[in-house]
Design a protein around this ligand. Structure first.
Ligand SMILES: C[S@@+](CC[C@H](N)C(=O)[O-])C[C@H]1O[C@@H](n2cnc3c(N)ncnc32)[C@H](O)[C@@H]1O
Length: 440
């Protein structure tokens, strides 16, 4: 405890010194080039324990989060992530005995977190899982998603089976077992639909229509059941690994609060925090709600709710204030297309709003760790980390450092038709620190 307080005081002391933001034309050695995978050798597999249970576009690699937690927080601290997505920060915070507040527009977060941060102390039993799966196979209860064109995505015989399985799961109050079967069914829903499995967005393709047509000539029922069984079992094993990993430290484990379905740009963070660790949406090609809408429908969300959430997604909504910084203003001057200017303005308005909501709740001396890429818009590179650094250093934060991480295998949104065919090559972890004497 003493050490913890000392560390916090040292952070306060360091706060007001700060470092200058490296200049645009400076040599890149002012930016520390690192590989977070190498800096955190204890994490060998990005999908370890419960991290891989759900697929989610543009997830954090856990090594970045672990590095930020180890370097910028102490045991017992509260970490906030206003763009929590699939909850990587929550899992890492919990494993490192920190507490976390997670917010995200996508309500999937509320379905993900009870599994990914499973707090049970007893190992789960395969026999119980099998009993439930058998019940599901024989069940006749139907659940049809509130999705007007569900028929467009499924062959009728497959839809009938999936509707019965979900009917059973939605009406079974069997805690963690039914929750883990849901995570398996979500993957099966996609595999047995007409949408491409390999792209995050919904896309009905000729190739997939043929795959399903061929499947229907085979023993597809057995294949479907086999997939549900094996994925459920795999998740049960992940959860048991998680239980074993956390069992011995039970009395020190923290709290992970999650608020899915929340617009971070306009919702205040409910408590003071000791650090922010987040990765905001990308400037182009987001659409997380659209990418996960098949999951959301099966989980019981309605078309109206999903439409409303899509409207709030960054950057597909109107800006209500203009964010200005030196670098951002230069980019604005170079952009000739009106629609792209609007997108840029919207992106910075709502991303900065959300960051500011969380950063206002940081205690003096706390670090804000923001992981971003360098996307391009109409061929112009947008140095997100620099723009955010310029904005927040005028508002009570000091620039501490920026790390450059060379991307190896992080899955973003796949190939896109824009002027940047190679996609992003590097990502940056920007570290800002809250000034001790700044009056909001
Ligand atoms: C890069 S992803 C974060 C991924 C996350 N770091 C993970 O490891 O899964 C950005 C997130 O921003 C969320 N988002 C977009 N607009 C938002 C808004 N207005 N309020 C809150 N979250 C929003 C998206 O739903 C998405 O999950």
């Amino acid at each position: 405890m003493k050490n913890h307080n000392l560390k916090k005081q040292l952070m306060l002391f360091r706060t007001d010194a700060g470092t200058k933001i490296p200049k645009n034309d400076s040599t890149s050695d002012e930016i520390e080039s690192v590989s977070f995978r190498e800096l955190v050798p204890e994490i060998k597999d990005t999908g370890y324990l419960t991290h891989a249970i759900f697929a989610y576009p543009a997830k954090f690699i856990p090594q970045v989060v672990r590095y930020a937690i180890n370097t910028y927080t102490a045991e017992g601290d509260w970490v906030v992530d206003p763009f929590a997505g699939s909850g990587t920060v929550g899992v890492e915070a919990y494993l490192c005995k920190r507490n976390a507040v997670l917010l995200d527009l996508n309500p999937l977060l509320n379905h993900i977190m009870p599994l990914k941060v499973y707090r049970g102390k007893e190992l789960l039993s395969e026999a119980n899982l099998h009993k439930l799966l058998e019940g599901m196979r024989k069940s006749k209860r139907q659940f049809t998603p509130h999705w007007s064109n569900v028929d467009y995505w499924y062959a009728p015989e497959i839809l009938e089976v999936l509707s019965r399985y979900w009917g059973f799961i939605h009406n079974t109050d069997d805690g963690i077992y039914s929750t883990l079967i849901k995570s398996a069914l979500l993957k099966v829903n996609k595999r047995f639909s007409y949408t491409e499995d390999r792209t995050p967005k919904l896309a009905r393709s000729k190739r997939k229509l043929n795959v399903i047509a061929e499947l229907l000539k085979e023993n597809w029922r057995e294949q479907l059941d086999e997939m549900v069984y094996s994925l459920s079992l795999k998740t049960l094993k992940n959860l048991n690994d998680f239980v074993m990993h956390t069992q011995h430290q039970c009395e020190h484990l923290g709290t992970v609060e999650f608020h899915g379905g929340v617009d971070s740009s306009y919702v205040p963070v409910p408590r003071e925090c000791d650090a922010l660790i987040t990765s905001p949406p990308y400037l182009q090609a987001q659409e997380y709600i659209r990418s996960t809408k098949m999951d959301l429908f099966w989980l019981g969300h309605t078309e109206e709710e999903i439409r409303e959430l899509s409207r709030l997604e960054i950057p597909y909504r109107k800006a209500d204030r203009l964010i200005q910084t030196e670098t951002l203003n230069k980019i604005r001057e170079m952009l000739t297309r009106d629609d792209l200017q609007k997108r840029l303005d919207s992106y910075f308005c709502h991303t900065v709003n959300a960051l500011e909501n969380s950063m206002n709740q940081l205690r003096p001396g706390a670090a804000a760790c923001i992981f971003v890429g360098n996307p391009r818009i109409d061929g112009i590179t947008v140095e997100l980390w620099r723009i955010l650094a310029e904005y927040f250093t005028e508002r009570g934060f000091v620039f501490e450092k920026v790390y450059e991480d060379r991307i190896k295998t992080r899955k973003l949104f796949g190939a896109r038709k824009n002027k940047n065919p190679d996609g992003m090559k590097s990502e940056f972890l920007l570290i800002l620190r809250k000034n001790a004497y700044f009056n909001q």
